[in-house]
Design a protein around this ligand. Structure first.
Ligand code: ATP
Ligand code: MG
Length: 302
């Protein structure tokens, strides 16, 4: 494919250009993504975790019949993430420890991909490479046609800040900041022109059902509420890609289902999602499941 060697302002600031159907915000402060309220009508945001740990997700399925059960990718249009012959080793003392041996993976625009695999197999390592939190030892990562090996640190930071939203298992909120300040935080480094960050942060918190918790600090929030703040934070710059590393791993099943429900709706509105999970119940809501094992993608059908 045509690999661009430089990153231009408009390329990172107008992701919707490449997917006009996606319906994501255009950077205009008055506009919000169509996922105005990510809570299903029967979801109660402040429900306790109590005794319902074994409930299976029963989300309303998408109207697209081919979705679910990892059963194929209905999108296959534009590749949004390309991982090409990627190797990653860590140096421990004098020893080089190979973690990822030869990863090849394409994620298509609008796809919901689940990554599974045994503990220690390198799933988070791969996710961190895709999210530019780390660089590969060898190989290429291409995001929206931009080869990160050819970008400066500043350009990488901008691409990451605007086009990639990260959700972590442990939420990673800043304890001394309120929910609102946490959501707004990424805009201090990167922001889209014409966006009123404060207003958008408030709108996103409302969207995830936390309007009444925006001035609370993470220590005053439940796990599910914290993860919803983290999702709002991940969406603040209206990224094309949402990366989630075991986003339901620290939540009870019911709260996990609420989070998954938000992801499926964000995906149905056109956002590309890559999610690591250990839970087959969760993974089956993805378009496609890949298994990382022994440092390679085992069942890569793409
Ligand atoms: N910074 C690092 N330095 C050295 N080794 C590391 C580093 N980060 C990860 N590793 C090693 O890389 C391997 C893969 O780790 P990774 O966190 O990617 O696994 P994982 O598949 O996400 O596991 P889990 O399911 O338990 O989260 C592990 O053996 C880990 O010890
Ligand atoms: Mg991990």
């Amino acid at each position: 494919m045509d690999m661009k060697t430089e990153i231009l302002d408009h390329e990172v600031s107008s992701p919707e250009d490449s997917n006009p159907e996606a319906g994501r915000s255009s950077g205009n402060e008055e506009e919000m993504p169509p996922e105005e309220n990510l809570l299903a009508s029967d979801e109660t945001p402040d429900r306790g975790n109590s005794d319902e740990d074994h409930i299976k997700c029963e989300l309303p399925r998408s109207s697209r019949p081919e979705r679910g059960s990892g059963g194929g990718n209905p999108h296959k249009g534009t590749p949004v993430i390309e991982v090409i012959n990627v190797k990653k080793s860590y140096t421990l003392g004098d020893m080089e420890v190979p973690i990822l041996h030869d990863i090849n993976l394409t994620v298509w625009e609008g796809e919901f991909l689940a990554i599974m695999g045994p503990s220690g197999s390198g799933k988070s390592t791969l996710m961190n490479l895709i999210g530019f939190l780390d660089r590969p030892t060898e190989g290429k990562i291409i995001i929206k046609g931009l080869d990160i090996n050819t970008l400066s640190d500043k350009e990488v930071a901008k691409l990451r800040g605007l086009e990639i939203g990260f959700v972590f298992q442990t939420f990673n909120l800043i304890p001394r900041l309120t929910a609102l300040e946490n959501v707004e935080l990424p805009t201090y480094a990167n922001t889209r022109e014409g966006v009123n960050a404060r207003k958008r942060a408030k709108d996103l918190l409302k969207m995830v059902g936390l309007e009444d918790r925006m001035h609370h600090k993470p220590g005053e929030l439940s796990g599910g509420q914290s993860q919803r703040v983290a999702i709002a934070r991940a969406l603040i710059n209206d990224p094309a890609i949402l990366l989630a590393d075991e986003p339901t791993g620290n939540l009870d099943s019911k709260t996990g289902c609420e989070i998954l429900s938000m992801f499926t709706r964000l995906n149905e509105d056109g956002r590309t999602i890559v999610m690591i999970t250990h839970d087959p119940e969760i993974a089956k809501y993805a378009d496609r499941i890949v298994l990382v094992k022994d440092g390679i993608v085992q069942n890569n059908s793409e």
